[in-house]
Design a protein around this ligand. Structure first.
Ligand code: ACM
Length: 672
């Protein structure tokens, strides 16, 4: 346990399981016991939002320790003294000081910060330090000085492709606060849905949402909920492309005749040549500016398909008359007009990297999604920028792959310090083609915490084992704090199976992950957005912790020259379980229509595990395998590694490594 590790080696880096990792930690000696006498007091700046934060803190602390804590009650001798110097800006500002210091001794703890957001972060850190011990719950004695590396640490949630109701957004705001993320980028409109009530233009949500939209009261509630947690809400209304849902109610905004529907693959664009388009956008931005207090307003601007522009003679004539050459220049013309509208409504414009054009003033923020090059280019030209390339959660990458993406590396590495200072941070992106309210938590968490750490912790924080150890702890906390990223899977397995006896199905699910990148999309190009997403591919984790641990065990075993008996036993136990699982699972798979697609996968896992056990026998005896045996395994490995039912058998590659490791060593070259 933590306390033992600390007392055994107080001078080494403590295994503090806080995520994101704080900027500086000094280990103390001993621990502060959290018992019934624990109390908290607030000194310095004080407001209702801080009271609410402390109430949330005490609720979680009570839930974890089983001790009822009600409210801030202690005086100067409280166990935890909270001290904020100042109120924070309203609306919250980019670059506001979010630092905090947390000093814990065996007798008391003190949390201080210049501003209340620092207090919120420090309370999260404190909660993550709470550990069970034989003598009760404790936090280790230590001193933390912490501040974020980047001022902008965001998560984009697309609610257009699938509507995500307010309660699911709120859960995810709680998780973002735990990960010290401070921007919700709310992708509120796209081809498949317009999700905000507009009183000015009621046919936007009225005809563009199939009844699934946020009322203005709900928007205000979510914005206030986020603000309470130190999170800014930046709305995105994607224009002039990705805007089909606007055209159902307002077809004159479009560049072609329509008719328009939410389904299908057509990618119409707004007409940038009509004054009525800008009059509409002016009124619309005016209405939304009042609803979203943040000073940034995201206008999208990505992937504008120019087919409608090319096909419209009036637009072509306008371009000739105004010497506008090509669709990129036409989009720049549109953006210049839109930028004026945003300035009028006191908003700073932010858009995807396609908006980058010398005609736009450098006050615009560029969000880089197509590559890191555009971030560096923007910074060189004087624009502020955000990185999202490499942080797309819908690609189903493992956390480690996101973790190594750094906003300051790649093309940005050669920037001058001044240019680097324009890189504000980054945002992970949860595009929702394959996401419903039921599974969104699992598609975001826990992997998103690795991106949150990249954006918060010092650049030198790169150890993958440490990251995963803290990610596992973070994930466990999130689940009992109200997220559904692991519990949803159990629920879905039970539903698909029609029984609560799903242990064998879970064994199979643990070996599987969804296909990576946009493979699922390519295999299903005409995806129906009304599909319920209730197949195994929707239930399995984007990154299976069990599969990761198996792979790590195999690699450690092979790297250690097959001599670690404990690792061998661990690997053998997994392989036996997988081999035997098929026999218990098969009756269920044959019986349930939603599970039938899994029968060949389960059979492959069983057969491959048998081969893995044989390989393990060769390795542990120190005996090379016969060549014919290895040849026999090749088709089995190929079958097991091929995508099936939109999933990958993640344990196939490590089992293949075991098989390959049985090859006899090459005979030494003869000496002449
Ligand atoms: C995007 O992924 N089209 C921003």
């Amino acid at each position: 346990m933590l306390s033992t590790a600390l007392s055994a080696a107080p001078q080494s880096q403590p295994p503090v399981r806080v995520m994101p990792l704080p900027a500086s930690i000094e280990t103390g000696s001993g621990q502060l016991l959290i018992d019934r006498s624990f109390s908290i007091a607030v000194a310095g700046y004080h407001d209702p939002a801080l009271d609410r934060a402390i109430a949330r803190f005490l609720t979680l602390l009570s839930r974890q320790t089983g001790i009822p804590f009600w409210s801030a009650s202690g005086g100067a001798s409280a166990s935890l003294l909270v001290h904020a110097e100042h109120r924070r800006a309203n609306p919250q500002k980019v670059g506001e000081d979010e630092s905090y210091s947390l000093a814990i001794t065996p007798s008391r703890a003190e949390l201080s910060a210049p501003n209340t957001p620092g207090i919120l972060h420090g309370l999260e850190t404190f909660l993550q330090l709470v550990e069970p011990s034989p003598s009760g719950f404790i936090v280790p004695a230590l001193t933390i000085h912490d501040q974020p590396r980047f001022p902008w640490r965001g998560l984009l949630i697309d609610v257009s492709r699938h509507f995500i109701p307010p309660d699911a957004i709120k859960r995810n705001l709680d998780a973002m606060a735990a990960a010290k993320m401070n921007v919700l980028h709310w992708h509120l409109s796209d081809d498949q849905g317009f999700r905000v009530e507009s009183r000015r233009f009621p046919r936007l949500h009225g005809m563009g949402s199939e009844g699934q939209f946020y009322t203005q009261a709900e928007i205000r509630e979510v914005v206030a909920y986020a603000r309470d947690r130190g999170i800014r809400v930046v709305p995105e209304f994607d224009v002039p492309g990705h805007s089909r849902s606007w055209f159902l109610g307002y077809p004159k905004l479009a560049s072609g005749p329509g008719p328009y529907s939410l389904d299908g693959n057509a990618a119409p664009a707004m007409d940038p040549t009509r004054e009525s388009t800008y009059r509409f956008l002016d009124k619309f931005v005016g209405e939304m500016s009042a609803l979203f207090p943040d000073s940034y307003f995201h206008v999208g601007g990505d992937e504008v398909d120019g087919k409608q522009w090319d096909a419209n003679p009036k637009i072509q004539a306008f371009m000739r008359a105004h010497h506008i050459e090509g669709n990129r220049a036409l989009q720049a013309h549109f953006n210049r007009r839109l930028h004026k509208i945003l300035v009028k409504h006191h908003k700073t414009m932010i858009g995807w990297d396609e908006i980058l054009h010398p005609d736009l003033p450098t006050s615009v923020v560029v969000q880089s999604w197509r590559g890191q090059q555009s971030l560096a280019t923007a910074a060189r030209q004087g624009y502020s920028g955000l990185l999202s390339h490499g942080y797309y959660l819908d690609l189903m990458w493992p956390a480690a792959r996101h973790y190594v993406v750094d906003p300051m590396s790649d093309a940005a590495a050669d920037l001058t310090p001044e240019e680097k200072s324009r890189i504000l941070g980054g945002e992970s992106c949860m595009w929702a083609e394959w996401v419903t309210p039921e599974i969104i938590d699992a598609r975001i968490w826990p992997r998103n915490a690795a991106i949150a750490e990249r954006l918060w912790s010092p650049q030198s924080t790169t150890d993958l084992d440490s990251m995963y150890s803290r990610l596992d702890a973070f994930s466990l906390r999130l689940e009992w704090a109200g997220l559904t990223h692991t519990s949803a899977r159990t629920l879905m397995l039970r539903r698909m199976a029609g029984t609560e006896e799903v242990a064998a199905l879970a064994v199979l699910a643990d070996a599987l992950e969804p296909v990576k990148d946009y493979t699922r999309w390519k295999a299903n190009p005409h995806a129906d957005f009304h599909a319920p997403l209730n197949r195994m591919v929707d239930a399995v984790y984007a990154e299976s912790p069990s599969a990761r641990r198996f792979r790590d065990a195999v690699q450690a075993y092979l790297a250690g020259g097959h001599s670690d008996a404990a690792l061998e036993a661990q690997i053998r136990a997994r392989l036996i379980a997988w081999h035997d699982n098929d026999a218990s699972l098969h009756p269920l798979l044959d019986d349930r229509s939603l599970l039938q697609e899994l029968a060949p996968i389960s059979a492959n896992l069983s057969a491959l595990s048998a081969a893995g056990l044989q390989a393990l026998d060769y390795l542990s005896r120190g005996e090379p395998s016969p060549e014919p045996w290895r040849t026999q395994q090749l088709p089995l490995v190929a079958r097991a590694k091929a995508p099936a039912a939109d999933m990958l058998l993640m344990v196939a590659a490590p089992i293949e490594q075991l098989i390959q490791a049985t090859v006899p060593p090459a005979s030494p070259p003869s000496l002449r």
